[in-house]
Design a protein around this ligand. Structure first.
Ligand SMILES: [Zn+2]
Length: 410
């Protein structure tokens, strides 16, 4: 009853604002999720305190805690300080349990080791070659190197975020116009190369999961997370569920055409939202304003704008205008409470947010527009999201497609 059981069951991040304690035997897993969530949020915490805040019987809490200790999700630590009487043992998440995570982007990959609390123990980036088998071989080498560095930790698995859509059943990349790796089985190649289990998902879904696990999204049931980098990806939370759609293809707002006469998109269409509002679009706008200027990178463009370069500013303003235009579609389709944004442009968000907000506000059908929330560091969000993919292996959003079999086996 250790790593195997843990891998089989996974854990689920529950939203305490909506969590309900279950009394029946069938739903004991729900109580387990609530207890684990309380430990996560209030660690270090005693069994007595857990019983008090959860409202569960002391004996029920003890059973669940023993089970979580057995499976290695939590561990006992210091004794609580009390003026007199017995000092209870405090419980916290098991820091020795880690995930190896990898964020694959068109030109580079980042590999990191993340613990159960979302803390980074190591991080390394490497350039990506265009040939997938070679690129994955290099990533595998990096993973193994990092694993060796933390050999005393228990590795729960590998989480990978990719710039494309992943079929939830086969875990194969089925749509990735910016990463041209046709039908290459990333999951199998990393599992073969490392001997560890791999979970794979779209970067936007991973970022959304990261916010649900390690961020402050409690109480929010409808949210959209938009990643703005080489392309545009979105992760959708509707009525508290991550939306996958048929074949995992839901949420491709980046490929809704806004201008049929616009630039050619990697998906085959013209004028898709991402061809007008991605970081690559901002670079194109800058090049159009500066015919013959040398090629620059996005960090350079951001820096030039920060230093007052008029054309760099103009290019980013145009990008912000189109970001807002596309968000109108998201608002009309899903009416989220919050739209989270991650990507290069968020480093100067205070300057460009008003342009985006103005565009959205121009087409609000009723009520107030959603809150726009920039996330600090997109790389961190993608990596933490990849860790969350591993943690919720058999629960969370994959659970929604397995719900029937889970229930019948109970
Ligand atoms: Zn497209």
């Amino acid at each position: 009853m250790t790593q195997n059981d843990r891998a089989k069951r996974g854990i689920r991040r529950v939203d305490l604002a909506y969590a309900q304690l279950a009394s029946s035997q069938i739903a004991r897993d729900m109580n387990r999720d609530v207890v684990l969530e309380l430990i996560r949020g209030r660690q270090p915490i005693s069994r007595a305190e857990l019983a008090r805040v959860s409202g569960l019987q002391r004996s029920t809490v003890s059973l669940i805690v023993d089970e979580l200790l057995d499976e290695g999700w939590i561990r006992e630590g210091a004794l609580a300080r009390r003026p007199r009487g017995r000092r209870p043992t405090l419980i916290g998440l098991n820091d020795d349990l880690v995930m190896i995570v990898c964020d694959i982007r068109p030109a580079q990959a980042v590999v990191a080791v993340v613990d159960l609390n979302g803390r980074f123990l190591s991080r390394e980036s490497l350039p990506i070659v265009s040939e997938p088998a070679r690129a994955i071989a290099q990533i595998n080498e990096c993973i193994k190197r990092m694993w060796q560095r933390h050999i005393h930790k228990s590795v729960e698995g590998i989480g990978v975020s990719v710039p494309g859509r992943v079929d939830p059943e086969t875990q194969r990349l089925i749509f990735a116009p910016n990463l041209k790796w046709p039908s290459f089985d990333i999951k199998k190649a990393i599992e073969r190369g490392t001997g560890l289990n791999v979970e794979l998902d779209n970067a936007a879904n991973a970022c959304l999961l990261s916010e649900m696990w390690f961020g402050r999204m409690d109480g929010i049931r409808n949210a959209v997370l938009v990643t703005i980098s080489e392309g545009i990806g979105t992760g959708v939370l509707a009525n508290g569920q991550l939306v996958l759609g048929k074949g995992g293809l839901a949420g491709e707002f980046g490929h809704i055409p806004l201008d049929p006469a616009g630039p050619q998109c990697g998906c085959g269409s013209r004028g898709c939202w991402e061809t007008l509002a991605s970081s690559c679009a901002a670079l194109r706008y800058y090049a159009e304003l500066n015919r013959g200027a040398k090629h620059i990178t996005i960090p350079e463009l951001m820096e030039m704008a920060e230093e007052g370069d008029a054309q760099a500013n103009e290019a980013l303003k145009k990008q912000a205008h189109y970001i807002g235009q596309g968000m109108r579609i998201i608002v009309a389709a899903l009416s989220p409470e919050v739209i989270m944004i991650t990507g290069d442009i968020t480093s100067s968000w205070t300057r460009f947010a008003p342009i985006v907000e103005k565009e959205i506000a121009a087409l609000i059908l009723a009520g107030t527009p959603p809150h726009l929330v920039p996330l600090d560091e997109s790389e961190v969000a993608r990596l933490r999201g990849a860790a969350a993919l591993v943690l919720q292996r058999h629960t969370g959003h994959p659970r929604s497609r397995k719900a029937k079999t889970d229930q019948s086996s109970d």
